[in-house]
Design a protein around this ligand. Structure first.
Ligand code: SF4
Ligand code: SF4
Length: 253
């Protein structure tokens, strides 16, 4: 099975399981838990995501995120890229405000218990009719940006989980560790642009690989650019980022 097919399979599975898992990704339930001095499922998942992102970047977004899966379905309807790069910062602002508020809640209330299944019914998130209102509300919240703003626009502009993984990636680069990235494997590029066209995160892959590997924090390590390259120029690699994230020109300056 190719990485492309494996990814489609895991995303489909994640989407089908979304009614079960949605409360484990909730930015709201973590507040409820904090008020009751408990560590809930989303707290645990966000910590795991951050740790996973140190070696593997945003691989969760590519292979396991149900919201990502829903948006990739939406991209079958409208394939326009999400190019409003100035708005990418919005998700970090939302995240910083939300994370600060959650931290304050935990500092005030402390932690007395760990309950991974907090507010679920035997581990299942959507178990009552009224839960479907929340469920479909969130689906709409994810689909509308993707339909109007371009491919995976919700990930780019609003996702409260992406910054955890960007933080893990930045940490890895700061301490000089190797991490999963798309890298140039040979010099056969014919500048056809198929890698950029294939990218579900609207990254200008052709421009990025001019520097040896894809360094954008928007990259989710999905491998679609690798799959789309007719000359097999690209591949996964464990890349050691330069300590400085500044890019060098062709003369190394
Ligand atoms: S650059 Fe490649 S691996 Fe990264 S998101 Fe785009 S297609 Fe996926
Ligand atoms: S798809 Fe491959 S050959 Fe085409 S521009 Fe991208 S890296 Fe180069």
């Amino acid at each position: 099975m190719t990485v492309h097919k494996l990814r489609k399979f895991t995303l489909l599975t994640a989407m089908l399981l979304f009614p079960v898992t949605i409360y484990y990704m909730s930015p709201y339930l973590i507040f409820q838990a904090a008020f009751q001095s408990a560590v809930n499922g989303s707290f645990i998942l966000f910590c795991l995501m951050t740790v996973l992102s140190v070696p593997f970047g945003r691989i969760f977004c590519a292979f396991l995120c149900p919201a990502g899966a829903v948006q990739e379905c939406a991209a079958q309807v409208t394939e326009k890229p999400a190019k409003r790069r100035k708005l990418y910062v919005l998700k970090y602002v939302i995240w910083a405000v939300w994370l600060s508020a959650v931290t304050v809640c935990y500092v005030i209330n402390g932690i007395d218990s760990i309950d991974p299944f907090f507010m679920t019914e035997h581990g299942i998130s959507v178990s009552r009719i009224q839960d479907y209102i929340i469920y479909y509300g969130i689906i709409i919240l994810v689909v509308i940006p993707a339909m109007t703003g371009g491919k995976r626009a919700f990930c780019h502009y609003f996702c409260w989980m992406a910054p955890f993984m960007a933080a893990g990636t930045v940490l890895r680069r700061k301490i000089g560790l190797r991490g999963l990235a798309v890298a140039v494997k040979n010099d056969g590029c014919v500048s056809c642009g198929k890698c950029s066209k294939n990218c579900p995160m609207s990254i200008d892959v052709m421009e990025e690989i001019g520097h040896g590997s894809v360094k954008s924090l928007e990259c989710i390590q999905c491998g679609e650019c690798i799959e789309g390259c007719p000359k097999k120029v690209l591949g996964y690699g464990m890349v050691k980022a330069e300590r400085s994230t500044e890019r060098k020109d062709k003369n190394g300056k």
